[in-house]
Design a protein around this ligand. Structure first.
Ligand SMILES: *Cc1c(COP(=O)(O)O)cnc(C)c1O
Length: 312
């Protein structure tokens, strides 16, 4: 948002259905997040849901690859360009996902990544921004390091004294070298991790297919998810409500979670009155996330799905 030169009076369209960090990024620069609804199958913004809340003050869109499910990059990038609005991609969940046959983030003007432990590729904490423009990359490197015009590494490597200058008010957003070393090893393992997650997801989908009223997440037509989050939408014909399903699973030793949060329902955004967000409300109320990690076995999956079948 800083490098998009946004501030008070500017509107940025974001999905409410996202981890709250997406909306917070807008507020950090004093701009106004405008919540758009999402598509029921993918949990993502679409050209239509964005267009529905667009105004003359719209300066940017932050589109999320929610839970790893890629949004329609070609469609949204083209629409944003046509509207003259910046498109920032929240790829926090999307390491190892693909869109139109390319790794998520390919061709993005700006994509933001998270290496939090919850994500498929983790360094403990930290993240990354990728851009397609060297000038922008240089500014981001500077913003990361208190606005210094020469990096500390370059300064200390120089045989000559280097007097640095501070070009703008900036931040300490440095990642440590130790974390980066972990991340590089993780990067080498990413393809294998995603393959394993996709096999486990396919097994869940097979096991769940016989249960009426449960709709597991799947690949959209335009890409593949890394299944960072394997969520299941509960339809009305299913007999047990989401919170009761979570309680029963917990009682039987299964650590499932509520589905993706909706930022507009949180106290931090109580002062915002968005337009109707029926799909967002539906997904956040009626979905849950099943355990999917490298130690989940097929026996675990059968045990979990058997409980869900009993509750149907
Ligand atoms: C995890 C996540 C973030 C935040 O990542 P941090 O590393 O905690 O800053 C932002 N957006 C989405 C969609 C996320 O899932």
């Amino acid at each position: 948002m800083v490098v998009n030169d946004l501030g008070p009076g500017d509107e940025v369209i974001v999905p409410s259905l996202s981890f709250i960090a997406t909306a917070n990024a807008v507020r950090y620069v004093g701009a106004t997040p405008i919540f758009a609804d999402v598509d029921l199958a993918t949990g993502n913004l679409t050209v239509e849901t964005v267009d529905a809340v667009r105004t003359p003050r719209t300066r940017a869109i932050i589109a999320v690859h929610q839970g790893g499910v890629p949004f329609d990059t070609v469609g949204l990038r083209k629409a944003a360009e046509g509207w003259g609005v910046a498109l920032v991609e929240d790829a926090a969940c999307a390491a190892g996902s693909t869109a139109y046959g390319q790794p998520a983030g390919t061709g993005a003007a700006i994509a933001a990544w998270s290496f939090h432990p919850r994500k498929v590729l983790t360094t403990g904490e930290g993240g990354m921004v990728t851009v397609d423009d060297p000038t922008l990359a240089a500014r981001l490197r500077r913003l990361r390091e208190h606005g210094m015009n020469v990096s500390a590494a370059d300064r200390h490597a120089s045989a000559q004294p280097v007097l640095e200058a501070y070009l703008e008010t900036a931040y300490n957003y440095r990642m440590t070298d130790i974390q980066a070393a972990v991340g590089l090893v993780q990067l080498g393992r990413l393809a294998g991790l995603v393959t394993q997650r996709r096999e486990l997801a396919a097994n869940y989908q097979r096991l769940l297919s016989g249960i009426d009223g449960l709709v597991p997440v799947k690949d959209p037509a335009h890409g593949q998810t890394n299944y960072q989050s394997f969520w299941v939408l509960i339809n009305p014909e299913y007999r047990t409500g989401r919170d009761d399903v979570l309680a029963e699973l917990a009682k039987r030793g299964v650590s499932a979670r509520r589905g993706i949060m909706a930022s507009h329902l949180e106290p931090a955004y109580a002062d915002v009155t968005p337009g109707p967000l029926p799909v967002t409300d539906r997904i956040t109320r009626d979905s849950l996330i099943l355990p999917l990690h490298h130690k989940v076995t097929e026996d675990d999956q059968r045990y979990i799905v058997n409980i869900l079948r009993e509750l149907a």
